[in-house]
Design a protein around this ligand. Structure first.
Ligand SMILES: O=C(O)c1ccc(O)c(O)c1
Ligand SMILES: [Mg+2]
Length: 598
């Protein structure tokens, strides 16, 4: 199906919006009147720009407060309409959206509304224009889609149809099944927006919190299926009023928008994508650093050993148990402090995973490889993290480990150690995009989001995970401006005995994040822990949590550059990430600023 986007969904000037929409692969746009009014381009120039970019103008909008008016006010509305229709001719737009009246003088009389809409449609038809009538969820007398359709049907004019907007329909709790009672050719336009489930005034909710399908709590695919059953053949068009998108750069927002529509088309069976290939494990995490000493001191104290060196690049492989960390001191990376730059994901089908990522507009990374290096498929996540799709050992596809010349066999650790999860801080404009990306591109399932109080702000976080917990990524975003040392990325290592691991780390010279005594006094009140446990946790700075499945113990190293390490132990199938402890951890990290973990 054709895809379209309303210019109001993107930030910038009209020209910037059009360029971003075209580059992201949209076929058309809805031109918002305010964008046109503020543009230095004439309607003819806008039309030419769209044509050059390969975009059709699918809708011009909105026209407000037209129907169910006292006769003298309606005459004035028709005068306005004549001007708009002349403008639309210059623009080359043939469909106008009329939204239901919010005018205090509007009369609660469906016959009057229908009669006036029919007269408006006659005028439109003289200009070769069609009128798509939409019920605003907060319309004065007409606020539901079925009511708007009854009025359109009563008007009985061929140039008058309805515009369905998923937000207005679902925010009111209307049953979208009734859409199937509308003939497809009378649905002149379909606007799609999702939204988080919030208990608030519907106008505020609509104007500030809409998001792209798949990013909120509405069943947009279900609604689209009803629309498709009518035979609707127009575009799927996104109309998203959102305060964050207004501030973000237009180009990535347009890509996020197009990705959301591709996923929606897959879900509704209107377009196919390469099958999702869910990663089964973390093959490695890669740290880039301008100075490897603090990082290698940290890894050494944690029990890692340098086991191999890349044959052609300044990259070392450090290993402990099943946890593998690459330390990259490559010259290209010298500008930034130490950070988690790449993740190797074990994939049952690396080439298939890359094909899906590409079809969903993930930038495919140029291969920085020397002749003879394994040909790894890699794409960039929205935050710039490089994701490498790695074959399982012995599986199909190139083996990343073949690029490394072993210098030491991996030591047998005293207990198992593996990468439990990676926590990646997102640029704050791209949080919802990041969640949709990890779900849609990688096939990971989002868990419930949590908001964590930070002494100086708020941390929003949401985990995405594979079915079996083999891959877990915690996406988070701090209130801007973000403090890199606290809202750093982290690497969480699971062990079978976190107390022993913490003691060994300290004995090897590592420093753990100090946790305030008040936390332990409270822990004693919350949980009846066996004798001696609390004292051990207090001594080491171990935090504790429990859920319906089991217990969780975890502690943190100090931060090196923009990275720190969490040591953790999951018992009895504990599913979370210790969220109740996050406020204390963040406060402790603020208090520890200036101390360094390396
Ligand atoms: O918020 C509004 O006024 C508004 C305008 C036009 C639309 O299509 C819409 O859904 C909402
Ligand atoms: Mg709308």
């Amino acid at each position: 199906m054709r895809t379209s986007i309303a210019t109001v969904s993107l930030s910038g000037t009209l020209t910037e919006k059009l360029t971003a929409a075209a580059r992201a692969g949209f076929d058309g746009v809805e031109i918002f009147e305010n964008d046109l009014l503020a543009s230095p381009l004439t309607p003819e120039e806008i039309r030419a720009r769209c044509a050059d970019l390969g975009l059709t103008i699918d809708l011009y909008q909105p026209m407000r407060d037209i129907e169910a008016l006292p006769e003298e006010r309606f005459a004035d509305a028709l005068r306005r309409a004549r001007h708009k229709f002349a403008l639309m001719r210059r623009l080359g737009a043939d469909t106008v959206l009329v939204c239901s009246s919010v005018d205090p003088d509007a009369i609660d009389d469906d016959a009057l509304a229908a009669g006036q809409l029919a007269r408006l449609a006659s005028l439109a038809a003289e200009h070769g224009i069609r009128v798509a009538y939409e019920a605003l969820a907060w319309g004065r007398h007409i606020s539901t889609y079925d009511h708007a359709w009854r009025v359109v049907e009563a008007a009985g004019h061929p140039a008058l149809g309805t515009c369905l907007d998923s937000f207005h329909i679902l925010s009111r709790g209307s049953d979208p099944k009734g859409i199937e009672d509308i003939p497809g050719e009378k649905i002149f336009f379909l606007q799609l927006a999702d939204a988080p489930r919030l208990a608030m005034d519907v106008l505020q909710w609509s104007r500030h919190y809409r998001c792209f399908p798949g990013q909120g709590g509405f069943d947009i695919a279900g609604l689209v299926r009803h629309v498709l059953r009518t035979g609707y053949a127009g575009p799927l068009s996104l109309e998203v009023f959102n305060d964050v998108f207004r501030q973000a750069e237009a180009a990535p927002t347009a890509v996020d928008a197009q990705r959301s529509l591709r996923l929606l088309q897959e879900e509704t069976g209107t377009a196919a994508l390469p099958e999702p290939v869910v990663p089964t494990g973390v093959a490695f995490a890669e740290l880039v650093t301008p100075d490897d000493r603090p990082v290698t001191a940290l890894l050494g104290a944690l029990g890692f050993t340098r086991v191999a060196r890349h044959r052609g690049k300044p990259v070392d492989l450090w290993q402990q148990g099943e946890a593998r960390v690459l330390v990259n001191t490559g010259p290209a990376e010298r500008r930034d402090g130490t950070r988690l730059a790449a993740v190797g994901l074990t994939s049952p089908d690396p080439a298939g995973a890359a094909r899906r990522a590409e079809a969903l507009l993930a930038p495919v990374l140029p291969r920085r490889r020397a002749p003879g290096d394994a040909e790894l498929e890699a794409v960039a996540a929205p935050d710039g993290t490089e994701l490498f799709f790695c074959a399982a050992p012995g599986g199909d596809g190139p083996d990343w480990r073949a690029d490394f010349a072993a210098d030491t066999p991996a030591p047998e650790g005293p207990e198992a150690c593996r990468i439990d999860h990676l926590a990646l801080t997102q640029p704050w404009h791209h949080f919802d995009e990041a969640v949709l990306f990890h779900r849609g591109v990688l096939g990971l399932s989002p868990q419930a989001g949590v908001d964590v109080a930070d002494p100086y702000g708020l941390l929003r976080s949401r985990a995405v995970a594979g079915e079996d917990g083999g891959v877990r990524i915690v996406l988070s975003v701090g209130a801007a401006p973000t403090d890199d040392t606290v809202h750093a990325q982290h690497l969480a290592l699971a062990t079978d005995d976190v107390v022993a691991a913490a003691r060994r780390f300290r004995a090897a010279g590592g420093r753990l994040l100090p946790i305030p005594a008040n936390y332990y006094d409270d822990l004693a009140a919350r949980f009846d822990l066996p004798d001696g446990e609390l004292e051990t946790y207090r001594e080491l700075g171990i935090l504790y949590d429990r859920d319906a499945h089991g217990a969780f113990r975890h502690c943190y190293t100090l931060t090196v550059g923009r990275v720190f390490v969490e040591l953790l132990q999951r018992d009895g199938g504990y599913r979370g990430y210790g969220a109740p402890n996050a406020p204390v951890r963040l406060a402790a990290q603020h208090a520890a600023r200036g101390l360094t973990g390396g």
